[in-house]
Design a protein around this ligand. Structure first.
Ligand SMILES: [Fe+2]
Ligand SMILES: [Fe+2]
Length: 262
């Protein structure tokens, strides 16, 4: 285990990354008056934004692994190519979340295992199966779920910096979820009945793993404070999450004969 820490090189690396970052520095940083909030609320916000930065870091690791798996599986050139910039997207999101943590008082010391950033893949799987499992877990489920949740947070955000950060992330995220479904549709005709049953079970397992996100109780907090610091209310979150799982994940899986709709 290690503390999750971020570094910035500057110079040539920063200049090469600049076209991808776009106007990150032009967002309304420094406009959130954190003296309006209690120390406990700010601690929760620091933890939440730090955790989000780590999740974006993990999303980058997931896409890096998926890209390698797609190359090993001989995936179509355009399918691999469309995902080539996703790691850079997630680095922008990591930066944005880390800067949001700074806006509310600074990041927290988050422990993580740098060798366990993305779903572990059984080495006995074929290259196609490995690519498929990563596509389903990282993109069809993980990224497809996070897009409407991020958009929901953007919609209720009352602070300009929170709204701007969420809007930037949402603008990047559409293709991140789309990739997995394209991989699935490319790979499905190549699978036998056993493999189709297996990938259906993988998808069901990944969907089930999301459930604590809307079933675990949230700490009490005024709705206006949630909307200011970057959260939906538990009721809003649950509605968005259940709709995302049903309409954006379960039904598309069911349409492909992979997962029973609940
Ligand atoms: Fe992201
Ligand atoms: Fe993403």
């Amino acid at each position: 285990m290690a503390v999750f820490e971020l570094d910035w090189l500057g110079g040539a690396a920063e200049r090469a990354f600049a076209p991808h970052r776009g106007d990150v520095d032009g967002l309304p940083w420094g406009t959130l008056d954190w003296r309006r909030f209690t120390p406990a609320e700010l601690d929760q916000a620091r933890m939440a934004w730090t955790t989000s930065a780590h999740q974006e870091w993990c999303a980058a690791a997931g896409f890096a692994a998926l890209l390698t798996a797609l190359l090993r599986a001989g995936a179509p050139v355009d399918l691999v190519g469309m995902a080539g910039r996703f790691v850079a997207d997630e680095m922008v999101h990591t930066e944005l979340n880390a800067r949001m943590a700074a806006e509310v008082g600074g990041g927290v010391a988050l422990q993580h295992d740098p060798t366990q950033l993305c779903p572990p893949i059984d080495p006995a799987l074929s290259p196609l199966e490995a690519a498929l499992e990563l596509a389903v877990r990282v993109s069809c489920v993980g990224e497809t779920f996070s897009l409407p949740v991020l958009a929901g947070t953007r919609n209720v955000a009352t602070e300009p910096i929170v709204k701007a950060v969420m809007a930037r992330i949402v603008a990047d995220e559409g293709p991140h979820g789309r990739l997995g479904w394209l991989v699935l549709d490319w790979a499905l005709p190549r699978l036998d009945a056993r493999q189709r049953a297996w990938i259906g079970a993988v998808a069901a397992d990944a969907v089930a793993a999301l459930e604590p996100l809307w079933t675990e109780p949230a700490a009490p907090m005024p709705d206006a404070t949630r909307h200011a610091l970057g959260w939906m209310t538990p009721t809003e979150y649950r509605a968005v999450a259940l709709d995302a799982v049903e309409r954006r994940i379960r039904r598309p899986l069911e349409a492909r004969g992979l997962c029973r709709s609940a």
